[in-house]
Design a binder for this molecule. Structure first.
Ligand code: PCA
Length: 198
């Protein structure tokens, strides 16, 4: 029985909804032989990883998948790489505007996820449009993936960790031009299929 810890972020940038949080709330507690624990992270540099780390140490999961929203993307994005930089066009939810600073002064430039992204993509693409992304941005989603992988690779824990960016929900895309939105059911099916493929 594998234990999954799934996180999502609260709404940010003045939006009322974050698609990752809407989907986290809909996830079941179990799928097949896999159990699912959930945690909501604040869209804040630093504090978000404090919350995630506390939950990892409490729950001892086998797999940690962080969900986040990337409005404007046309499909679910499996993030392959996290880079050692915080550089944001908008302030985070504690009004900190990162301006090109390292996440970890002495840390490597980047980390690869240890999730099997190719296998996941191959299995999930029949359920929902999905692709591997090589850039999670330089805002809080990249920060959480870098911090998670730095923690995993520097501990002797055998945890798989990764990040999944979800597009907007239909209700968020309605008033925006040329932006793809998915239904709750579609994104939920996609996230469950990702969990089942690991
Ligand atoms: N998306 C942002 C941060 C929180 C979220 O859901 C990002 O892509 O960095």
């Amino acid at each position: 029985m594998k234990k999954f810890l799934i996180s999502a972020f609260d709404p940010f940038g003045g939006e009322k909804i974050n698609s990752s949080l809407e989907i986290l709330n809909l996830l079941p507690e179990k799928t097949g032989e896999k159990t699912i624990k959930k945690v909501v992270l604040p869209t804040m540099f630093f504090k978000s990883f404090d919350v995630l780390k506390e939950e990892i140490e409490k729950e001892n999961p086998d797999v940690v998948i962080c969900l986040g929203q990337a409005g404007g993307r046309k499909e679910i994005n499996l993030e392959r790489i996290a880079v050692n930089i915080m550089d944001a066009e908008i302030p985070d939810n504690q009004n900190y505007k990162a301006d090109g600073v390292f996440i970890k002064e002495e840390g490597p430039a980047a980390y690869f996820t240890n999730l099997p992204v190719k296998k996941i993509k191959d299995e999930v693409q029949n359920v929902i449009p999905i692709k591997i992304s090589n850039h999670a941005g330089t805002f809080v989603c990249n920060y959480i993936l870098y911090s998670l992988l730095d923690y995993i690779y520097n501990s002797n824990k055998k945890i798989m960790g990764g990040f999944v960016h979800l597009p907007y929900l239909k209700k968020q895309a309605e008033d925006k031009k040329n932006i793809t939105g998915f239904s709750e059911e579609e994104l939920l099916k996609g996230v469950v299929a990702i969990i089942n493929s690991i």
